[in-house]
Design a protein around this ligand. Structure first.
Ligand SMILES: Cc1cc2nc3c(=O)[nH]c(=O)nc-3n(C[C@H](O)[C@H](O)[C@H](O)COP(=O)(O)O)c2cc1C
Ligand code: SF4
Length: 594
């Protein structure tokens, strides 16, 4: 099915340059070849990589883009995000697609031609409803496009012959500022850094006040210094390009438009900490960027900006390889990402120790977000003073926001930290806004009264997601979507999160279906506290935020749906007895509950 052209779209034709020899890549190729990973091939791969078969089986089980049963020759994965998801106004595009293809979601059709399923946000929120077809993003879907797509599948047309504009992904940079406006010549920052001492460069990163852009906001200079000072002869640099937070797509655009500045930032970090090897961990949904990233790396090697004796400096060598994920949001968490880099399921580690001392292969490792590395390149080029002069006291510099949802111009907006939420709404043409969700489902849901608050680490912090919900949106259906996201993406390692996120999903569903009482609301509050406090990692700690925010800011939306009894069961007892009635061939009054 994937011919030469579509391989270009997926990046699959790219030669092996800069692609790590990695278990996930081997399994992905088998998946492409056989449309699943048959058990005997798992045994072969285990032998090839010198791993226990159980590890290979665990990896296939863990990642959602690897399958144990064959998927269709056309494998369609509809994004179920609130922005790039399948609900286009009144029309449920997924339902339409399934009707047209005569298939249920989650299934492969008996003739093996097509399979349809849902997947978490694919990072195309500025392009409206979107899906992956054999791993390639198709955007701006509507009723017409869905019908046309079904006809192409019915005719078994190669992806090469599908309309090119379906695959066109725009950058939608609406408002550039400090980073996006500044010209950065390849290698200039590196030349500046190499002209001085590595410690001096670290000093300047620290003075700039740069904090991580991936969410947690840890001081970048300090992280690099801790890693440099950790006892070891081997250190690693890792760029976290796993961007899986629903509503976030700024790293996608940075990888497309500023890959040079990113690789330069990683090289600066290597110089600062004394690393010889780096990895770019790219989310599987962005595989289509692979060819472009390889071309940039090739150019940098050819220009002496990577490899041995960088810019002629004896003893300073640094190589970068790309590792591509396979559909697991939790791999954005840095210790889960490191596990995945090591060819294992992405289960977060117990911390401490932290990656700066015990990271990849147990060695000191810096993990930073794409935007953080680019900001570091900017600081080395233009100086720390200019950077720290922008923003607020505890949040220096600027932040890229991925703006989507109910607004006229979704896209990338860069602002100095401290910008008000209302300013962003005004700039993107959002009117009659009911609420905004900042920082993705794990972040904060804010109502109108909070629109004067600021984007900053001191006030409302975000990794980049800025979702807008207009007055016509049903907020409870948004909560339901988020609750489902967390239940689906929980890695299952710890019980409070594995079970708690599923119970929260059920409880939200019960409210939305009009079957809940006040007692259910009390239970949700208790359960939310439990999941937050007893889960092992950040996913569980934040999974209930959106529900608690809704209860705080929009209690009426929930109250109106409650039935007035003190208690109603979460499931229909009488319906549950239907199988027993059928087996005993009874349907009289006594065979029913009252
Ligand atoms: C569930 C979860 C998902 C995360 N996803 C990402 C991600 O996609 N990209 C990212 O840079 N950081 C993500 N993080 C934060 C990382 O763990 C880590 O803090 C970050 O990569 C450090 O880089 P920074 O200091 O440059 O922000 C995630 C954290 C959690 C708990
Ligand atoms: S909190 Fe959730 S995602 Fe994190 S380790 Fe536990 S089960 Fe996995």
């Amino acid at each position: 099915m994937l011919s030469q052209h579509s391989e270009l779209k997926t990046g699959n034709n790219a030669d092996a340059d800069f692609i790590a020899d990695h278990l996930l890549h081997r399994l992905y190729r088998l998946q492409q070849q056989h449309r699943h990973i048959p058990p005997q091939l798992m045994v072969e791969v285990a032998r090839e990589f010198g791993l226990p078969v159980s590890q290979v089986v665990a990896v296939v089980n863990f990642y959602s883009f690897l399958y144990q049963q064959p998927v269709g020759r056309y494998h369609l994965l509809f994004s179920n995000c609130t922005s790039c998801g399948y609900q286009a106004g009144e029309v449920n595009l997924l339902a339409l697609l399934c009707r047209q293809l005569n298939i249920a979601s989650g299934q492969t059709r008996a003739d093996g031609v097509v399979s349809v399923d849902e997947t978490s946000c694919i990072g195309m929120c500025d392009h409206g409803p979107s899906m992956l077809v054999n791993g390639v993003p198709i955007v701006n879907l509507d009723e017409g496009r869905i019908k046309q797509l079904c006809n192409l599948i019915a005719a078994e047309q190669s992806l090469d012959d599908w309309p090119a504009d379906w695959f066109r992904i725009n950058n939608h940079i609406r408002k550039p500022d400090l980073l996006l406006n500044a010209p950065l010549e390849c290698g200039d920052s590196l030349k500046k850094a190499l002209a001085g001492d590595a410690l001096l460069m670290l000093e300047s990163i620290m003075q700039s006040g740069l904090r991580g852009r991936g969410g947690a906001g840890f001081a970048t200079g300090k992280k690099w210094l801790f890693c440099r000072e950790a006892e070891s002869d081997t250190r690693y640099v890792v760029c976290n390009a796993d961007e899986g937070e629903p509503g976030t797509f700024k790293d996608r655009v940075l990888l497309q438009c500023h890959a040079d500045a990113l690789f330069e930032g990683m090289t600066l970090c290597a110089y600062g900490i004394g690393a010889k090897k780096g990895f770019l961990y790219l989310r599987g949904e962005y595989r289509y960027l692979l060819g472009h990233l390889q071309a940039v790396l090739r150019r940098r090697y050819d220009s002496g900006l990577l490899g041995a004796s960088i810019l002629g400096q004896a003893g300073f060598s640094f190589d970068i390889e790309i590792v591509i994920g396979a559909g697991a949001y939790i791999c954005g968490e840095e210790s889960a990402l490191i596990e995945s880099l090591e060819g294992k399921p992405g289960i977060p580690r117990i911390r401490p120790p932290f990656p700066v001392t015990h990271g990849y292969l147990g060695r000191p490792t810096v993990v930073n977000n794409v935007e953080t590395f680019i900001a570091a390149t900017h600081i080395v080029q233009y100086g720390s003073a200019g950077f720290s002069a922008v923003g607020t006291e505890k949040s220096s510099g600027s932040k890229l926001l991925s703006v989507s949802g109910d607004c006229r111009t979704p896209g990338i907006y860069e602002y100095p930290y401290g910008v008000s939420i209302q300013q962003v709404l005004d700039d993107c043409g959002a009117t009659q806004v009911q609420a905004v969700q900042i920082g993705g489902p794990a972040g904060s849901l804010l109502a109108k009264k909070d629109f004067n608050r600021q984007i900053s680490f001191e006030d409302v912090s975000t990794g980049g997601s800025f979702l807008i919900f207009g007055e016509n949106r049903d907020l409870l259906s948004i909560n339901r979507n988020f609750a489902r996201f967390f239940a689906h993406e929980s890695c299952g390692f710890c019980t409070p999160c594995r079970v708690g996120t599923r119970l929260l999903e059920n409880s939200i569903g019960k409210i939305a279906d009009g079957r809940a009482t006040w007692r259910d609301v009390d239970e949700i509050k208790q359960l939310s506290g439990f999941v937050r406090h007893y889960s092992h990692c950040g996913l569980g700690h934040t999974a209930a935020n959106h529900i608690l925010d809704s209860l705080r800011h929009f209690p009426g939306d929930i109250q109106n749906l409650l039935v007035q009894q003190a208690f109603t069961p979460a499931f229909d007892l009488d319906a549950a007895l239907e199988t027993a009635r059928q087996m005993t061939q009874r349907d009289d009054a006594d065979a029913h509950l009252e």
